[in-house]
Design a protein around this ligand. Structure first.
Ligand code: MOS
Length: 747
């Protein structure tokens, strides 16, 4: 008998009420006694040196305690030595207050600590800094000639560099019946989660710290702090149960963590450092990327040649990479390919992963080029994807662990009414607005990583699960509880999931859409081990009905172990009583088998169908409805999963039509560093959105067969909008985001 009572059910988020009633505490909200506040001062120049810092006025402000700069920062045991975080790209990590050198605009150069936040902020505004300015360059285009191959490092294990050329691209392209080439530009984006980056460090004495940090990885922040400040792991506890969004910005420890811990250790005091919204634009971001494509197809629609190259910005000190050019050939089985990915170092901070890093950037270029080829050949865009459907990943010559993209295409198209599309651009109208239907494929990796979890059953009949993992707001707390409940056949309220705490079993940073699969599998393993132990203890009980049966002969359900054949059962709480009322626990790691996994290409897929209305006189573009069909293996909680995909679709609209950090290259700085001018969609921009999860079974990827859904909803959405705009207007949008004047008809 299989118990699947909780997995597959639409549970509400368990912490939802705490959040909407303000009871959930975020990193910058913990009330601690004797708290001092740090405010960061950021460089106003882009490159050069700090000549002098005049702090006399700052010091005279009432309540100011200390001003940390490179001149008086502590010299710590590990300061400046090799260290990094779990998501650090190859290179030399930036260290705040290291020396007088300015590497980018907005670089943190001082921390003013005072007894109030307002006092610290005011005092910080009085700091007089003299700089010596050096020449800088922040423009990707001006520096294309300096492009270089990225260096290899730990990060490139998860984010592989492009495969080598295959076949004879130039020949295949030249002889193709249809050719499409394009240049696609993608602007900078900043994550801008609602919650600002903040750290509250509680100085416990004797080198012991409790740190409330906004992060996607409590273990990651713990390792970082321990390494940098030379503290033992057991003396550093990082807590982060609630995260107000992050989208990748919390994959690396941000500078407020470093500065806050430094101040707390130096002052031997509790300290809080919170960034303001403008400071949220002073670290990692989605890199501006220039892509070039040349795809060729033969008469019947087979794509035979794929050239995809990308130039992405990075900093001068680290080689941030993402997977941009690898996707096209995984999706479409051309035998002639030329894939190239290069980095352009600029005087900016190192970019960083942002929701569907690389993949969402890539799909704009890949799926626009595919759409154009279909148009040239007079083939319906959906039909064109089906003609080029890959049953096998030809880029690596491997089978897929599972792939139900075809079902996504069919079910999405059916529900959307794709067949009502008139293939002719500019042919569909509603009043004075042009109507366009567009579609796109989407793809995202399934990443496998090790994780650990602990499962404890106690005398109250409560199962407690522990993992250091965070919940960035998407429902991890809820789905992990569901997963655990099912293993022991319990109700949701009989399970307590404790998480977001580095004292708990190690978890990788929450990200890459892998958390449910990775941590969920560890929980499954821990629960399995717990069941084994409970079973073996129960066997020893007097008159135990389990004496002559195996674990495979019993079912765990409703707090009992029941023998399948005889229906005799034992209460789990009686097992604990027999165990002298001591809880029974098991800790287990889930360690993926790389040899087995390497034999397969593991990916989630999606297909988005979008209808836009374009008013060519006003330049207004509206996404009036969209459907995304997703194949992501087992869906643990359809409600939170749907919300994840909806969030991705909203971001897709944002990427296509709103979001952009603008750079003034003369000043070498971002200029719209606030939520007034960094445009995000509002309710009025979002209309009818729908999500389909197609059935997909996968026994390869992990214990749960769950592929993850954090990113797949985004990757297909933006290109579907771009293709719909082409259908509506006959204009191909190659630069994101699309501005209203790009579609205005000037005739
Ligand atoms: Mo995600 S960009 O791995 O948080």
């Amino acid at each position: 008998m299989k118990n699947n009572a909780q997995i597959g059910r639409s549970h509400n988020r368990l912490e939802g009420q705490l959040k909407v009633t303000g009871q959930a505490k975020y990193a910058g909200e913990y009330q601690v006694d004797d708290l001092w506040y740090g405010y960061v001062v950021n460089s106003t120049i882009t490159k050069g040196k700090i000549v002098s810092i005049d702090a006399s006025k700052t010091r005279s402000v009432h309540g100011v305690v200390e001003i940390f700069t490179h001149n008086n920062r502590p010299s710590l045991p590990w300061f400046g030595m090799m260290y990094s975080d779990m998501d650090a790209p190859p290179g030399t990590p930036f260290v705040p207050l290291w020396d007088d050198e300015i590497k980018y605009n907005g670089q943190p150069i001082a921390l003013v600590v005072a007894d109030t936040f307002e006092g610290a902020r005011y005092a910080a505004s009085l700091l007089k800094i003299k700089y010596e300015i050096e020449e800088y360059s922040t423009n990707l285009f001006d520096n294309i000639d300096n492009a270089k191959k990225p260096s290899k490092g730990l990060a490139t294990l998860i984010k592989p560099l492009p495969p080598s050329p295959k076949g004879d691209f130039e020949q295949a392209y030249k002889s193709a019946a249809a050719q499409s080439s394009g240049e696609f530009l993608h602007g900078t984006e900043h994550h801008n989660p609602l919650e600002l980056f903040a750290t509250t460090t509680v100085y416990e004495g004797k080198g012991k710290l409790t740190i409330y940090d906004k992060t996607q990885g409590t273990s990651n922040s713990q390792i970082y702090v321990s390494n940098v400040f030379g503290l033992s792991f057991k003396n550093v506890r990082v807590i982060s149960p609630y995260v107000g969004g992050s989208f990748g910005s919390g994959l690396r420890p941000q500078y407020q963590l470093f500065l806050c811990v430094m101040a707390a250790l130096e002052l031997k005091r509790n300290v809080r450092v919170t960034m303001d919204r403008t400071q949220m634009f002073t670290f990692g971001h989605r890199p501006q990327t220039l892509q070039k494509t040349r795809f060729g197809a033969v008469e019947d629609g087979q794509v035979t040649a794929i050239h995809h190259s990308a130039f992405a910005e990075t900093s001068r000190f680290e080689d941030y990479t993402e997977v941009v050019v690898n996707w096209a050939n995984i999706l479409y089985p051309a035998s002639n390919t030329l894939l190239d990915y290069q980095l352009v170092p600029l005087d900016m901070f190192t970019p960083m992963d942002m929701r569907a890093p690389g993949g969402s950037t890539a799909m704009h270029a890949v799926e626009s080029t595919m759409d154009d080829l279909a148009f040239q050949l007079g083939i319906d865009p959906l039909e064109f994807r089906l003609i080029n459907y890959s049953e096998r990943d030809v880029s690596e010559d491997k089978p897929f662990s599972s792939k139900e993209l075809r079902a996504c295409y069919h079910q999405g198209a059916e529900k959307f009414g794709w067949k009502n599309r008139n293939p002719e651009p500019r042919s569909m109208k509603r009043g004075n607005r042009l109507v366009g239907y567009g579609m796109s494929s989407g793809i995202w990796d399934v990443i496998a990583l090790p994780a650990k979890a602990q499962a404890i059953y106690d005398k109250n009949g409560q199962l407690t699960i522990k993992s250091a993992v965070t919940d960035n707001g998407q429902g991890t707390y809820t789905v992990m509880t569901q997963i655990a409940a099912d293993q022991l056949g319990l109700e949701m309220d009989q399970v307590t999931f404790k998480y977001g705490d580095s004292d708990m079993p190690l978890s990788p940073i929450q990200g890459g859409s892998y958390t449910t699969g990775v941590v969920g599998s560890a929980i499954k393993a821990a629960c399995k081990a717990l069941k084994e132990t409970l079973f073996s203890v129960a066997k020893k009980m007097e008159n135990s009905p389990l004496k002559n049966v195996d674990l495979s002969d019993v079912t765990f359900k409703n707090g009992q172990i029941t023998v399948n054949k005889t229906h005799q059962s034992i209460q789990l709480t009686d097992v604990i009583v027999f165990n002298n009322n001591e809880p029974i626990e098991a800790t287990k790691s889930n360690i993926p088998n790389p040899i087995k996994l390497k034999q397969y290409t593991r990916a989630a897929h999606s297909a988005a169908f979008v209808e836009v209305e374009v008013d060519e006189q006003l330049g207004v573009i509206n996404v009036i409805r969209a459907i995304t069909a997703v194949a992501a293996g087992k869906i643990i909680n359809p409600k939170t999963a749907r919300s994840q995909i909806l969030g991705g679709m909203v971001w897709g609209i944002s990427k296509a039509l709103r979001e952009e950090t603008l750079t003034d290259h003369n000043l070498g700085k971002y200029i719209n560093t606030n939520l007034g001018e960094y445009h995000l969609p509002v309710h009025a921009d979002i209309h009818e959105l729908d999500v389909i999860f197609v059935d997909e079974k996968d026994d390869i990827i992990n214990e749960l067969g769950s592929k993850g859904i954090g990113e797949i909803g985004l990757s297909s959405m933006t290109p579907a909008i771009v293709n719909a705009i082409f259908h509506a207007t006959g204009k191909r949008m190659t630069k994101l985001p699309i501005h209203f004047n790009d579609v205005v008809n000037h005739e």
